[in-house]
Design a protein around this ligand. Structure first.
Ligand SMILES: Cc1cc2nc3c(=O)[nH]c(=O)nc-3n(C[C@H](O)[C@H](O)[C@H](O)COP(=O)(O)OP(=O)(O)OC[C@H]3O[C@@H](n4cnc5c(N)ncnc54)[C@H](O)[C@@H]3O)c2cc1C
Length: 387
């Protein structure tokens, strides 16, 4: 996205004002340029709406650019998230066929393994040449928990950028950089959002602000979205060809006997992403001010070095942190904001926002433009459940 300058706020105001003159034009503003806002803008525009996307910092600058990008068909079965996840897993397959050639964002089916590792001396024997030769650390209890039929991955930042580029180039979505300061309501109905003190007019507004959702009183008066901070590193191993497509879900015991549950995802780019080390702490206003904690990053390097000799001494590409947006009941919040016409919300996707972005966006587009979501029942995610 950095290659194409976003139109100025004034340009967007003018463009939308002139659209308003067109017969029956639906002007929709999606606020938040993370995966949820981008997917929503994409599906709204694909259905013919005139869409603006407002982002205060940079596209996919927060969790949507720093996540693992792991996707699972059936890991949410048995919870309210099950149907959303299944629909979204299928949509990822369709989107990859439509948009991912030639390897724009690295969609690929892969295997997933559950393993226990220990740093404690002689706790477990080193399994050499086991399921895959690069996993050569002290491992125990290895089981397959996902196969290429049920698990896959994308590079989340490249996915978000590719989808937004398609939304803009194919369907005319306009990107505006600026902070949404408030949602303007008149007579019980939305009339736009205030950005830099100016009204951007809209018939409908979607608030996809991730862990910043509570900054708007319209939302914080109904529910609470908190941010859980998590860390990640991206490594470039010396011999990327040795690293097979296996996502690793670890139970990891440190030398001090502390148990943690990091995850390791090799990517088709040849990089290896390692994440974990979460904590509850205040979300800074500016996403660019989210900095990783030194000890947490150091722990992830220890994990990488223990799991594989190929990751020991690997080139370090990223050391970063970001926030999972979480609701009070642990489920996403998607749908109409109660007591005000034309305002919708999509947030609190916790650790499954990359997976569930497409079905969230597609369902919201149906709800907003057709009055009802058919791809998946949004009722379990209704913001009204908190009233
Ligand atoms: C370490 C880690 C690993 C993860 N791994 C996976 C995974 O493997 N698979 C998976 O499915 N999910 C994963 N997730 C979860 C996923 O990343 C999130 O659920 C998802 O990115 C949330 O997207 P979002 O668009 O809601 O929020 P965000 O990505 O936080 O985006 C919100 C955007 O809104 C903007 N914004 C905020 N306030 C304003 C305002 N007032 N005006 C304008 N813009 C504003 C912000 O700048 C930001 O760009 C992971 C998360 C973490 C932290």
């Amino acid at each position: 996205m950095a290659t194409t300058p976003a139109p100025s706020m004034h340009h967007l105001t003018r463009a939308m004002a002139s659209d308003a003159a067109g017969a029956g034009a639906r002007r929709i503003l999606v606020c938040g340029g993370g995966v949820i806002g981008i997917c929503t803008a994409f599906f709204l525009a694909k259905k013919g709406a005139s869409v603006g996307l407002v982002e205060k910092s940079a596209i996919a600058c927060a969790a949507s650019g720093k996540a693992g990008g792991f996707l699972a068909l059936d890991w949410c079965d048995g919870s309210p998230l099950g149907p959303l996840a299944r629909a979204s897993f299928r949509l990822h397959q369709t989107l990859a066929q439509e948009l991912d050639g030639p390897r724009a964002y690295g969609y690929r089916p892969l295997n997933a393994l559950s393993l226990t590792f220990s740093e404690q001396p002689n706790a477990y024997k080193v399994v050499a040449g086991g399921v895959s030769p690069w996993i050569d650390g002290p491992v125990r209890r290895l089981s397959t928990i996902g196969t290429p039929e049920t698990t896959a991955q994308v590079h989340p930042k490249l996915f978000s950028e590719t989808l937004l580029r398609a939304a803009r180039d194919r369907y005319g979505v306009e990107v505006v950089m600026g902070e949404v300061e408030s949602v303007e309501v008149e007579g019980g109905r939305v009339r736009g959002v205030l950005v830099g003190g100016e009204l951007l007019p809209a018939d409908a507004v979607v608030l996809a602000l991730g862990p910043w959702s509570n900054r708007l009183p319209l939302l914080s008066s109904i529910f609470r979205v908190s941010g859980v901070k998590a860390h990640s590193i991206v490594l470039e191993p010396h011999d990327p060809k040795a690293i097979t497509p296996h996502a690793l879900f670890l139970r990891y015991i440190t030398a001090q006997g502390v148990e943690i549950d990091p995850e390791v995802y090799p990517r088709p780019t040849g990089e290896v992403y390692v994440c974990g080390m979460s904590e509850t702490t205040e979300v800074p206003d500016d996403p660019q001010q989210i900095t990783p904690k030194e000890e947490s990053v150091a722990m992830l390097h220890r994990v990488a070095a223990t799991v594989s000799s190929h990751l020991r001494g690997a080139q370090v590409k990223e050391e970063q942190a970001c926030f999972l947006p979480c609701s009070e009941d642990g489920h996403p919040i998607i749908g109409r904001v109660p007591n005000v016409g034309g305002v919708y919300v999509a947030t609190a996707h916790s650790c499954w926002g990359i997976l569930n972005g497409p079905a969230t966006g597609a369902a919201l587009a149906e709800l907003i433009l057709e009055g009802r979501a058919s791809i998946v029942d949004l009722e379990p995610f209704n913001p009204g459940r908190f009233i």
